[in-house]
Design a protein around this ligand. Structure first.
Ligand code: AMP
Length: 278
């Protein structure tokens, strides 16, 4: 597996890969890899000749009081996991390499960022759009892979690609979970032992809420009660919206999503379902 640290090194690899007539799948990550990331590599490998993973903790998507400095990092471990999963190249740029000067152009997410995490983390999705736009151009990927775990991010990136005719496809990966239902996340290492025991209740609350909704009830208050009783975390939001428009008017798929702030980790999770097919 190649380790590419600079834009020039990445561009050279992209040129050679394209010259050989091979397609490129991109898996953007912030590292501290787990099976969720690796499932995206697997999907990318099955649909492309070559897979490049970016590992970059993107300062542009963290707010001033968020966890950029203490976001977990372990490049040696990531290298082994990425290679084991069959990644052809990892792109691990420094912040200076990605952002050598202050941007003169701003990319701003639209109304899809006014709800869920976007409402709680001002500017977060603008920072995501900034980094993925650069990564899409640098890697010239035919397909880029994102997890449904971060469903709002996925929906907003699909809009970016559709609205600006990026010559590529966005592919969705299912949420990979621990055996007890907790969605895998790099931030799970920051749960205390007691919080880790409580964390599977997030998925349970989502399932309960979905069932209530399908029975014609408003799920938000019962889910709030359930999470308040069963976890020590503070509920940041619980919302039910159309997916992927993220409007209140549910037409096809619905997303039931929540965020819970624990002592040192803010966890998010969601389920997407079609009310007409249930
Ligand atoms: P991150 O490193 O957290 O920025 O995540 C990188 C990519 O992996 C994003 O597309 C995430 O949606 C995806 N991802 C994170 N956790 C999971 C998971 N549990 N299952 C599937 N994909 C995930």
């Amino acid at each position: 597996m190649l380790i590419l640290q600079t834009v020039d090194e990445l561009k050279k690899w992209v040129r050679e890969t394209k010259k050989a007539g091979e397609t490129i799948g991109l898996v953007p990550t912030m590292g501290f890899l787990h099976e969720g990331h690796l499932s995206l590599v697997e999907k990318a490998k099955s649909e492309n000749d070559r897979v490049v993973m970016s590992i970059f903790v993107n300062p542009a998507q963290f707010g001033p009081n968020e966890d950029f400095d203490r976001y977990p990092r372990d490049l040696d471990r990531d290298r082994q996991l990425a290679e084991g999963a069959g990644t052809d190249a990892i792109f691990v740029p420094s912040v200076e390499e990605m952002y050598p000067r202050e941007s003169q152009i701003k990319i701003t997410a639209g109304a899809q960022a006014d709800v869920l995490c976007g409402a709680k983390r001002p500017g977060h999705f603008d920072g995501v759009l900034k980094v993925v736009t650069k990564l899409f151009h640098l890697t010239e990927a035919d397909m880029a892979y994102f997890g449904q775990k971060d469903a709002q991010q996925l929906a907003i990136i699909e809009s970016l690609v559709a609205d600006f005719n990026f010559p590529m496809a966005i592919r969705r990966g299912d949420t990979v979970r621990e055996e007890d239902g907790l969605a895998k996340s790099s931030r799970n290492v920051y749960l205390s032992a007691a919080e880790r025991d409580e964390a599977p209740h997030l998925k349970k609350a989502l399932e309960m809420g979905k069932n209530l909704f399908l029975q014609g009830q408003d799920p938000i208050a019962p889910m709030t009660d359930y999470l308040t009783k069963n976890t020590s975390g503070k509920i940041d939001y619980i919302e039910l919206l159309d997916y992927p428009t993220l409007t209140a008017d549910i037409q096809n798929d619905a997303i039931l999503a929540l965020a819970v702030q624990f002592e040192k980790a803010r966890l998010i999770d969601n389920i997407i379902f079609n009310p007409k097919e249930n």
